[in-house]
Design a protein. Structure first.
Length: 499
C-alpha cells in the first residue's frame, strides 16, 4: 500500500491525525477549517477532484476560463475564504487534503476509527489508503430522491440534481426543450440556470400548493434571505416566461420511435393527496425531463458504525445528533445533510459546531481556546426549523403510486416492475424494501437500491414510517486488489498512516 498523497503528489504528513473528515462539501470544509484553526491535525477526504461538494461544484481547473459557472453558485465569498484557510494549513502540513479518494468503509478501533479509502486520482490505478484518528466526522451529504412514473427510464429523463451537476461541472445544457417536475424550491434554481444558458424551459410542475407555506409563518419570518432568494428566482422565471404550474405532476413520459429518447411528457393536475385528477392530463413536447422529490441523506458510512437514526421529517431518516453534532457513538460526529436535508447555510453552521465539539472532546494543554458557539447554534436551530417547514410544505404526495401502471419499471438495475413490487406486498407479504429485495431483486443492482429504495419503501410500508436505507459494509465499489491491500497487517505505522 501507499501512503496518502495530496493532489500535487507530495507525501502526506506522518504525524498522528486528530480528526478525519469525510466529505468536502460546505459542512466538511467548515468543520475542517474550524478544527485546523483550533490546532488539530486533520485529514479531509473527498471523492471529488476539488473541495466544494455538489453545492460548490466547479469545472476542472484547466477548463474554468472556458466554462464560467460562477453565476450558478451562492456564497462564493464563503467558499473562497474556506479554501484559503485550508490551503494555508495544507502548506504547514497540518491538513492532509485527499481528493479523488473514495471512502468505502470505516470501522471502530480501540483508539478511535479506521477509515478505508481508495485513491482514484490516477486512473486506471487504484491504491488503498487507510487513515486512523481518535475522531471521525461524516459529512457525506445527500442524493436525489426519485419517484418512478411510466417512461422515467427513457434517455433524456434525469434528476433535477443531475441537470444542475452537468451545468456546474461542465457547462452542459442537457436539452433544448425541458420540463421540470417534482416538489420543493430546488426546482427553481435549476429552471433559472437552464433558461439563462439557452434552454427553453417549457414548464415547472410543482406538486405542492404555495398556500402550504402559510401554515408555517415563523420559519419564513426568521429567514428573510430565503425570501430574497425565492424572489430572485421568481423574477428569472418571469423574465424567461417560464410557467410555474402548482398542484401538477409529471405522470408519464413518451419516447421517440426513432431513437427511444424522450419526446413528450404527460402532466396532470393533482388532488390534495397527489392523485391525478381525471380530465386534466396534458401532453407537452420535450426532449429532456428533470425530476426531483427532495433528497435522501447519505448514511452508508454511519450505518455500519451503529449510530442511532432519527426521523428527518421528510420521509427519510438521518443521523441522530445532539446539540454539538455528536452521534450516539463516542468520537463519531455528523454534520450537514447526513443529519437531514436543510441547505448549505445549515451545513456550514453544523460543520463549525461539530468541529468545536471535537476540539472540546479532544482538549489538550497548549491548544487554542474553543470559539463561542451561541451564534452558530442559533443559526442551526433557525435553519433546521426552516427545513422542517419546507418538508411539511413540500411533502411526497401520498397517492403518487396511482401514477404507476403495473408494467412501470421501479428498479431499473434489475428491471423490477411496480406490479412485481405490489405482488410482493400483497402475496408475500413484504412490509419493507428489504423484504421486497429478497422476493423480487429490487435494489440488488449496481446502485444497491439508492435510486429505487425510497420508492419501493413508499409502495409497501406504512405511510408514517420513514425510509431507512439498508446497511452496506462497502459504501462504494472497490477492486479486489485494493481490498486485499487494505487488509495487509500493519508494519509499525503511526496512527495516521496507512498500513
Amino acid at each position: 500500500m501507499t501512503e496518502p498523497r495530496d493532489p500535487g503528489g507530495h507525501a502526506a504528513m506522518r504525524e498522528p491525525l486528530d480528526l478525519v473528515v469525510v466529505g468536502a462539501g460546505p459542512a466538511g470544509m467548515a468543520a475542517a477549517a474550524t478544527a485546523l484553526d483550533g490546532g488539530l491535525r486533520v485529514a479531509l477526504v473527498d471523492a471529488g477532484s476539488a473541495p466544494g461538494g455538489q453545492f460548490w461544484r466547479h469545472p476542472p481547473d484547466d477548463a474554468r476560463d472556458a466554462l464560467p459557472t460562477e453565476d450558478l453558485h451562492h456564497g462564493l465569498r464563503t467558499y473562497r475564504a474556506l479554501r484559503a484557510t485550508l490551503a494555508a494549513h495544507e502548506r504547514t502540513g497540518r491538513l492532509t487534503l485527499l481528493l479523488d479518494h473514495h471512502v468505502w468503509t470505516a470501522a471502530r478501533a480501540a483508539d478511535g476509527f479506521t477509515v478505508h479509502a481508495v485513491d482514484r486520482g490516477r486512473p486506471p490505478e487504484e491504491r488503498a489508503v487507510v487513515l486512523r484518528a481518535p475522531a471521525l466526522l461524516v459529512a457525506t451529504g445527500a442524493y436525489d430522491r426519485q419517484l418512478p412514473f411510466p417512461g422515467w427510464d427513457l434517455p433524456g429523463v434525469l434528476t433535477a440534481g443531475g441537470l444542475q451537476s452537468l451545468l456546474k461541472g461542465g457547462g452542459v445544457v442537457a436539452g433544448r426543450r425541458v420540463v421540470l417536475g417534482g416538489t420543493g424550491p430546488f426546482l427553481l434554481p435549476v429552471a433559472a440556470a437552464l433558461a439563462a444558458r439557452g434552454a427553453e424551459v417549457v414548464a415547472v410542475c410543482e406538486a405542492a400548493a404555495p398556500s402550504a407555506w402559510l401554515r408555517h409563518p415563523a420559519p419564513l419570518l426568521r429567514n428573510p434571505a430565503k425570501w430574497a432568494e425565492a424572489a430572485g428566482y421568481a423574477s428569472t422565471l418571469a423574465r424567461y416566461r417560464i410557467p410555474l404550474r402548482t398542484r401538477t405532476g409529471v405522470v408519464g413520459a413518451e419516447g421517440d420511435g426513432r431513437d427511444g429518447r424522450v419526446a413528450a411528457v404527460r402532466t396532470a393536475s393533482l388532488d390534495a393527496d397527489g392523485a391525478p385528477i381525471p380530465g386534466t392530463e396534458r401532453r407537452i413536447e420535450a426532449d429532456t425531463v428533470g425530476v426531483g422529490w427532495g433528497f435522501v441523506p447519505q448514511l452508508d458510512l454511519l450505518l455500519p458504525l451503529g449510530c442511532d437514526l432519527a426521523d428527518a421529517g421528510d420521509g427519510t431518516t438521518a443521523a441522530a445528533v445532539d446539540t454539538g453534532q455528536r452521534t450516539t457513538v463516542p468520537g463519531l460526529y455528523a454534520a450537514g445533510e447526513t443529519c437531514g436535508v436543510g441547505g448549505a447555510a445549515l451545513a456550514l453552521s453544523e460543520g463549525r459546531v461539530a468541529a468545536v465539539s471535537v476540539l472540546t472532546d479532544l482538549s489538550a494543554p497548549g491548544r487554542p481556546g474553543v470559539r463561542p458557539l451561541a451564534a452558530e447554534r442559533r443559526s442551526v436551530a433557525r435553519h433546521r426549523a426552516f427545513a422542517r417547514a419546507m418538508a411539511q410544505a413540500h411533502p411526497v404526495p401520498r397517492d403518487w403510486p396511482a401514477w404507476l401502471t403495473d408494467d412501470t419499471t421501479v428498479c431499473r438495475c434489475e428491471e423490477v416492475t411496480a406490479g412485481a413490487v405490489r405482488a410482493a406486498r400483497d402475496d408475500g407479504p413484504a412490509t419493507d424494501h428489504r423484504q421486497v429485495k429478497q422476493l423480487t431483486r429490487a435494489g440488488m443492482g449496481w446502485c444497491q437500491g439508492r435510486m429505487c429504495g425510497p420508492a419501493v419503501h413508499c409502495l409497501v410500508a406504512a405511510r408514517t414510517e420513514p425510509y431507512t436505507p439498508a446497511e452496506r459494509l462497502i459504501a462504494t465499489p472497490v477492486t479486489l486488489g485494493a481490498l486485499a491491500d487494505s487488509a495487509r497487517p500493519s508494519t509499525g505505522a503511526t496512527p495516521s498512516e496507512p498500513t
